[in-house]
Every structure is written in C-alpha cells, then in structure tokens.
Design a protein around this ligand. Structure first.
Ligand code: NAG
Ligand code: NAG
Ligand code: NAG
Ligand code: NAG
Ligand code: NAG
Length: 763
C-alpha cells in the first residue's frame, strides 16, 4: 500500500464497523464440502453434476431447489467443492449438520496489503547478471504466475509481450474482461465479484482493469517484463522488472473499487479457477482475520492449490509491530514479512543558519539553486476563520494566501494524507512544504508531493521549530530529491510487518520468510492518481507493505519452478527458507525497525530471501499432501472431515505429534522444566551425493541436541530422518517471552538453516 491508501483504508474500516447493521437477515455464507475426485481437468458434465448436487443439498433445507438456485451465487465445482449462498443464521446452522459438509462460515473481508530491489537481492548488479545469479539458469520462461488482487492496468509496459515466448500449452484460462486485452505476457484476466456485489451494489464489475494500482504493482513485481527508464516522477530511475521477467502472468480480480475490499466467496472462486487454468504460482497479497483452517476462503483455496502442485504465496499483514498479528498462518501457504532495501529517496532542508537537515521525499520538484525563502509554521499562515490545529496540519481550506504566498510552510503530520497537505500549501501560493512529526514514534515516508517538499523526523522537526521560534526572519531552502543507494544497515525488518506467533497454532512458525516491501517501485494503474486530490498519473509508483514483499517471493518461486519442475510447493518453500540470510549488509544480525535491536524469527521467519542460493539448497524439508492431513489429524480433525477435505478416504495415524510435522522451521511451545521434548524432521537430498554435519546455535536457556549428527546421502531423492531434543537449562530464569536459535546442516557447499523458537514456560 502507499501511505495514502493505508490511511484511507483505516478510516473506511472504521466507518464500516460503526455502520454495520446488527440485525441478522440473509448474509453470504460459504458452505465448504471438501474436494472432488475429478483429476486435473474435470469435464463439463462432472462440473454440472456438482452444481446440481449443490442445489439439491441446499434445496432440502430451504424448501425447494428453486429457492436454493436463488440463494446460491457461487457453485465451486472444479477443484474446490462447495458453494456460497445468501442464508439466514438458522439455515446456515442446519446446513452445517449435513454429513457432506466440512464447514459453514460467514465469509470475511480481506484487505490488500522496482527497480532496485532485485539488485539488492543479488540477481544482478546495475543490470549485469553475475555468474552465480539464478538468472543464469532461467528468467521464468514457461512459468505461469497468477495474482489474486485488484486487477491490472493492461497497457503498462511491464505487461508488454516483447521478447516473451509463446503461451504455454498447459494454459487453460481465458481473457474474460471488457475494455482489456491480453497478450503472450498477460495471458489471462478473470473477475470474481458476486461476494463484493452482495454488499456493495454500485461498483463496476465488467472489467479486470486495476482501479487501485495495487494489483498492477504486485503482479509486475512477480512477473513484469523489462522496462527501461522506469521512475517515479524522475526518482529511482532504472530498469523495472519482475523476479521472473519472462514468465507469463494472469490476473484474477477479487478486490473491487477504490476501497479494494475482497471477500472470501470471490477469493475461493478465483482459487478454483486458477487451479483449473493451469497456473504454477499463486500470489495473493491479501490478509485478514485468522480463523481455524476450514473457516477461511484463503486457507481452503490455498490448500486445494497446494494439493494440485501450485505454490501459494501470501502476505503476513501490516498489523505489526504487535505480536500475534501475523495472518495466513496455514502450514501450506508461504507467508511473507517485509523488510527495507538499501535505497532511500532523500532531500535536504537548508536553514538560514546554514544547518542542513535530511528528509525523505519523492517530489519531482526542487527550489531554484541556493535561494532562501521565508519559513513559517503553518499555524502562522492560518486563515481567519480556521481552527488553529487544523491549520497546523495544513488541512484543506485552513491556510491564508496572504500569509503563505511565496513561503515555505512547516506542516505537522497527522493521520491524513501528506499529499493533500502539500496541495493546500500550493493552493495558497506556498513554494515548499516541510512536513514534521510531533511524535518521536512516527515513521517517515517518501511521498510524491505536488510541490518541493520533504518529510523530516521528530528530532529534525524539533530543530526547525526551535529555529523558527528563535529567529527574527527564518529562512529555508528545500533541495531536489536524490536516490541514495547502499544505505546501511540493510535489510531492516519493517515495523508495520505483522509478527508471530500464529494465533491459531504456534507450532507452525509464522511468518515464514521476509522480502523487500518498503519503497518498492513497480507498475501502477493510470486510472488513479498517486495521491488524493492529485491530478497526475504515473506508470510506476512506490508502495510499501507485506503486499509488496509477497510477489518478490512469488517471482522467485516461479524461477525455482522453472529450474526444478518436479519440486513440490513445499520443496520450493523449503529451498527459499533454508537459504535465507539473517545478517545485513554490514555483516551484523538483521535489525528490527521497531525494536532498534536484533530482529527475531517471530518477525522475519527464516530470514530475508537470497534468490541465487535458493536455486541450489542441497537439502529440502519436503511435505506431501498426506503430511498436511496428518497435521490436521494431530489437531484433532476427525477422519470423516479429513476424508471430505481430501476427496478420498484417509485414515489418521494412531498418534501424530504436530511438533514432528516436517516444517523447515522449529517452534517449541510446551517445554517445561525437568522434561525434554523431541521433534523429528526428514531431509530430502536434492543435490549430489554428500555428507552433511549438524551445527546447533542453541538459545542460552536451552540444551539442544541432534541425533544423528552426520547425515550421508548417496543419491538424489534420498531421505534421512533426524531427531532434535530440547531441554531447559535448570539454572537461569529469563524474563524473555521466547528464546531463539538455529539448526544448520552443512557440507562444503551448502548451508541448510532452520530457525528455532522456544517459548519461555515461566511466563
Ligand atoms: C532514466 O535513465 C535513462 C538512461 O540512463 C535516461 O535516458 C532517462 O532520461 C532517465 N529518465 C529520467 C526521468 O531521469
Ligand atoms: C480544532 O480541530 C481539532 C481537530 O483537528 C479539534 O480537536 C478541536 O476541538 C478544534 N478546535 C476548535 C476550537 O474547534
Ligand atoms: C532523525 O534523523 C537524524 C539524522 O538526520 C538522527 O540523528 C536522529 O536520531 C533521528 N531522530 C529520530 C527520532 O529518528
Ligand atoms: C515555539 O513557540 C510556540 C509558541 O510561541 C510554542 O508553543 C512552541 O512550544 C515553541 N516550540 C519550540 C520547539 O520551541
Ligand atoms: C477543498 O475544499 C473545497 C471547498 O471546501 C473543495 O471545493 C475542494 O474540492 C477541496 N479540495 C481538496 C483538495 O480537498
């Protein structure tokens, strides 16, 4: 999201909560019935028979098949079995008791959450591809990446098919949208809106065109073509491209209108379509409230996708830095946190006393050379009848032309739109704006201001205010914006990035992984301005959020799929996780922007992606569909429910400890003093024959031992099991909530690293 969209979302969310009627009438529900057993490509007859079954099933509760037909607005009949219908509470409760039904739930609303970022990730250096780059192996040719988002702007150069190969034979999708064109790069466009339409009548649903900028941004980050000279109003100029620039992409528009809300029914329909269409990767920068696994469209949809060999990448969410905020916590999804990259868009304020202060901006404007301009606090440019606080914030209509004309105004940051603050300053003839924080905890952002402007932090803001107070004729100058690279230390985990542990099952460490998600430059929609009350359009834009981090991982997953077409989604995920970095570009542990201290696996999962290493991980922690079923058995789902979910009969093992689920990270939550806990894992060799040795970085408070300590693999595909034993040290009591460490298998060539998180039992 851009900072502006973020604030719009927050305020809209508030309105929604306040105005939602409490009276229960008919509401959209999802009735989930599990899997079909049609195989990859169901016939038309199969599909129709499922829908008839849905009508009959619901008909037996609502009086007639005709009533059922009126109530059902989606019949999921290809891979996912179920339907979405308008039901009242009693009807929903009755349907839930039917033996074919896995779950019935009220659908929930989800939120949507470069140029340089791939350089930073080591794929190339200033456009030159290094000898060890993953791009020496593939650019993602023949891979299909799907994006569940707000649609795309098809005219964006990122979606040009110049240099792109033919549409893969496996593609069964279509370009189903008015006023839109597909090509060999953008091979598909579909729209899913009936869930949105059930709540908001007045949107336009006939096109998959992006009306927010979000979908174009995310999809071009995953699979956009090369575009030279891409910049945001001249800043960050370079070649834009996705992680898999020669891949094919398809958009599934599930988020609608300016508010970009996306509902479970539409998301589930998009998953069902994408699975049928033959995509390889699904990128879904959506997040929302967590629920048990059968109660969410994203969770159910991604399970079916993964069971069909499709890797699903989704956003951790932007609710950080508080703990337990991470969303998309299912073990089958790949959940992405956000970090910074080593670039900033900076400009400088020079005061009349020659003091120079740095701020951030993406303004395309600068003031003429070194001329100094009168500087005033916006409060002192207040319009006659305006509220002084509102004037301080430079809200619309609060400033006076006679007092602001020809001057640089200091505006205070509030919960509104920085760009519209600049619009107000420009309206009264101000030549520039300095935005300041009046709380030291606020982040500073670069915005695409409509005049020369900069945003300084709390300390620098204080300095400027003091200067104004103590100077007879305060003066200032604002410079043009520079794009600074090589900023250290970097990466840093963004404070907004949602944190673990998982509120559903902390045994699965979430988030899984981290990728760049701050000030990412990618394609934008020319249907919308970069900020409110701004008349400009821009083909490229910076945005931030775990939404931006997600497609970096989706693009990388696409490259791995091209290199290793036989790898399961779990193998691809393991490869990306066990090769991630936890040191920054100064060689120090990666920091957390919030703590201003070392980040932990609850913030970054396995660490920050390293694409070139992920192509050759040596070993992977593989997981098959039946392992996910065992995990559900371990969580006390009964066999009949699992059978529906799976589509065939399945017998749960006698006992399954979910701690033994073969995840590439280890999270221990019930360790107590005086007892040990064992967890087992199985590694699969995906490299040459090799001998691996274990290295344990145990937390100070815990004794960790591994058996065996050496694993020999004679051939590719060979599996070896090992056991890790955890015991608390009796001596020291610690106040920390969690203890952190890692478990690493190495040979001369590979480092296979898993994070360890142990919950402190004292608290
Ligand atoms: C971006 O860089 C290219 C080549 O380096 C140059 O031709 C172009 O004018 C630049 N564009 C902007 C907006 O600075
Ligand atoms: C001025 O506006 C602020 C909110 O921006 C409000 O809290 C305050 O009460 C207003 N003051 C007057 C005098 O209206
Ligand atoms: C603001 O930035 C200055 C450097 O420009 C730095 O010294 C200071 O610590 C920063 N203050 C805050 C509150 O981040
Ligand atoms: C500047 O002066 C105003 C009023 O004269 C006062 O409210 C404010 O606290 C002063 N700010 C600083 C930073 O000195
Ligand atoms: C500012 O307010 C005026 C009148 O109150 C309105 O016509 C205009 O559209 C507003 N402009 C912005 C940028 O909000």
């Amino acid at each position: 999201m851009s900072s502006s969209i973020y604030h719009v979302l927050l305020s809209l969310l508030l309105c929604f909560v306040l105005q939602e009627p409490t009276l229960a009438i008919k509401k959209p529900y999802i009735v989930y019935l599990g899997s079909h057993s049609f195989g990859q490509n169901p016939s038309q007859q199969d599909v129709e028979s499922v829908t008839d079954f849905h009508y009959d099933l619901l008909g037996s509760f609502v009086g007639s098949t005709q009533n059922a037909k009126d109530a059902i607005f989606y019949s999921y009949n290809r891979h996912i079995n179920g339907f979405a219908a308008l039901l009242d509470e009693d009807e929903a409760a009755m349907v839930a008791k039917h033996p074919s039904v896995v779950s019935v739930f009220e659908s929930k609303r989800r939120k949507l959450r470069t140029t340089h970022s791939w350089d930073f990730l080591g794929i190339h250096k200033n456009g030159v591809i290094s000898h060890d780059s993953i791009w020496k192996k593939t650019l993602g040719e023949d891979v299909i990446i799907a994006n569940l988002d707000s649609g795309v702007w098809p005219e964006s150069k990122s979606f040009s098919d110049e240099g792109i190969g033919p549409v893969p034979i496996k593609w069964r999708g279509s370009c189903d949208s008015e006023n839109f064109h597909c090509n060999r790069k953008l091979i598909g466009a579909k729209r899913f809106y009936k869930g949105y339409q059930a709540r908001h009548k007045n949107a336009i649903f006939n096109t998959a065109r992006d009306d927010s900028g979000h979908g174009s941004h995310t999809l071009s980050t995953a699979g956009g073509n090369f575009v030279d000279g891409a910049s945001v109003f001249g800043n960050g100029n370079g070649t834009a491209h996705g992680g898999a620039p020669k891949s094919h992409v398809a958009t599934y528009k599930v988020c609608w209108a300016q508010n970009s809300y996306c509902y479970d029914e539409d998301i589930l329909a998009a998953f069902d379509a994408a699975i049928s269409d033959g995509v390889d990767v699904i990128s879904a920068s959506l997040s929302g409230e967590n629920t048990e696994f059968f109660q969410s469209g994203v969770s159910i949809g991604s399970f079916h996708a993964v069971a069909n060999g499709i890797i699903v990448v989704s956003a951790a969410g932007n609710e950080g830095p508080n703990p337990t905020t991470v969303s998309n916590v299912e073990p089958w999804t790949f959940t992405v946190a956000a970090s910074t990259i080593d670039r900033e868009f900076a400009n400088y304020v020079k005061l009349g006393n020659n003091k120079v202060l740095k701020g951030l901006s993406l303004s395309e404007f600068g003031l003429p050379s070194d001329k100094l301009y009168p500087l005033v606090n916006a409060e002192n440019a207040k319009a006659h009848n305006a509220n002084a606080t509102d004037a301080l914030y430079c809200k619309n209509g609060t400033l006076d032309h006679n007092k602001g004309n020809g001057k640089i105004l200091v505006c205070h940051r509030y919960d509104g739109e920085p760009i519209s603050q600049g619009v107000e300053v420009a309206r009264v003839g101000g030549v520039g704006m300095i935005l300041i924080n009046d709380d030291s905890s606020f982040d500073v952002f670069s915005d695409t201001h409509v005049l020369p402007a900069t945003y300084v932090n709390f300390t620098n803001g204080r300095y400027i205010l003091t200067y104004i107070n103590h100077t007879k004729s305060p003066l200032a100058h604002i410079s043009r914006v520079n794009t600074n690279l090589g900023i250290r230390p970097d990466p840093i985990i963004a404070s907004f990035s949602s944190r673990g542990p998982s509120s559903i099952d902390p045994t699965i460490l979430k988030p899984d992984i981290t990728a760049p998600g701050v000030d990412i430059i990618a394609a934008y929609s020319e249907a919308v301005p970069p900020g409110p009350h701004d008349k400009r359009r821009t083909p490229f834009m910076t945005m931030f959020g775990t939404s931006m981090a997600t497609p970096h991982v989706a693009g990388l997953a696409g490259l791995l799929k091209a290199i290793h077409p036989d790898w399961s989604p779990a193998a691809i995920k393991s490869a990306i996780m066990t090769t991630a970095r936890i040191k920054d570009n100064s060689g120090e542990p990666v920091l957390d922007e919030w703590l201003l201290d070392r980040a932990t696996p609850l913030a970054y999962g396995a660490g920050v992606i390293q694409p070139n290493h992920a192509a050759d991980p040596g070993l992977v922690y593989d997981i098959r569909t039946t392992d996910y079923l065992n995990f559900l058995c371990g969580r006390h789902y009964n066999s009949s429910m699992i059978q529906l979910f799976y589509g065939k009969s399945y017998t749960c093992p006698e006992s399954f400890n979910i701690a033994d689920f073969n995840y590439p990270s280890i999270s221990i939550n019930h360790l107590v003093h005086g007892y040990s806990q064992n967890v087992s894992r199985t590694l699969t060799n995906v490299g040459s024959p090799a001998k691996y040795r274990v290295h344990i970085n145990a937390p100070r408070e815990v004794i960790v031992s591994v058996k065996p300590k050496i694993l020999r693999f004679k051939h590719k595909g060979e599996k070896r099991k090992f056991t890790v034993t955890f015991t608390l040290r009796p001596l020291k009591k610690s106040k920390a909530d969690y203890f952190y460490g890692s478990l690493v298998w190495t040979n001369h060539k590979h480092i296979v690293r898993s994070p360890i998180v142990v919950k402190n039992p004292i608290l």
